[in-house]
Design a protein around this ligand. Structure first.
Ligand SMILES: Cc1ncc(COP(=O)(O)OP(=O)(O)O)c(N)n1
Ligand SMILES: Cc1nc(C(=O)O)sc1CCOP(=O)(O)O
Ligand SMILES: [Mg+2]
Length: 208
């Protein structure tokens, strides 16, 4: 399995957003360092998820980037994505691994060490850990775990830990020092006036 990219860009499909335009801006900058996670609103139909995912897979292929699909693993398989990401309300990690197969990238959400270790034992190849900081992108999350919470998870597992939740380029050094291999963002790129520049700033912080 090729090494995992360090910058995970999650699609923003809230009303009024243009996720494909954001991908077209970010991909030429980050190329193979980018992991695109296709995440749609819960209210989206499978057909809408499929249409976005197949376009994202094609764009990623042109730049050597990795494309994953959040939650809907049948969509991941249908578009030949590299894998998927699951959390507490999705298929259990072991079941997700059986669906996707042994070669797929499989991310799992973990907020504390015991869940993290269990997810890895069940077949997760990376962990999304957060929310590290307050975020306005997703509601209903627990309180932020901060760099200390991230460190506790990172010290418990041997797979890449991807910090998520309110991540900005300025926050990256502290998160990396706490054990993050990479970061996952929505707003830091999708809300930016210049998504290409925001991507470059995040990459710079991740690779310095
Ligand atoms: C990299 C990464 N980390 C965490 C999540 C959150 O997944 P989940 O808890 O299943 O919540 P939804 O994104 O499905 O609402 C993620 N998607 N990516
Ligand atoms: C989709 C998602 N999951 C989270 C978690 O902690 O599980 S935080 C989050 C949203 C991240 O968006 P932003 O980069 O704009 O804060
Ligand atoms: Mg989920």
């Amino acid at each position: 399995m090729p090494s995992l990219g360090r910058l995970h860009l999650i699609t923003d499909t809230r009303p009024g957003r243009n996720p494909l335009a954001v991908l077209r801006a970010a991909l030429p900058v980050a190329r193979s360092e980018l992991v695109v996670q296709v995440r749609v609103e819960d209210s989206a139909t499978d057909r809408q998820a499929y249409d976005l995912a197949r376009r994202a897979v094609a764009l990623c292929a042109a730049y050597g980037a990795t494309c994953l699909v959040n939650d809907r693993l049948h969509v991941a398989l249908a578009v030949a994505a590299a894998g998927g990401h699951v959390g507490a309300d999705d298929l259990p990690v072991g079941a997700a691994r059986r669906v996707l197969g042994s070669a797929a990238v499989l991310g799992a959400t973990a907020r504390e060490p015991a869940t993290a270790a269990a997810a890895v034992a069940a077949g997760a190849s990376y962990l999304g850990v957060g929310p590290c900081h307050p975020t306005s992108t997703k509601t209903g999350l627990p309180d932020p775990i901060g760099p200390a919470g991230l460190r506790a998870v990172a010290e418990a597992v041997a797979v890449p830990v991807i910090a998520i939740g309110g991540v900005t380029a300025a926050a990256v050094p502290v998160l990396r020092a706490a054990g993050a291999y990479g970061v996952a963002v929505v707003g830091a790129v999708s809300d930016a006036a210049d998504p290409a520049r925001a991507t470059a700033e995040l990459l710079g912080a991740l690779t310095c």
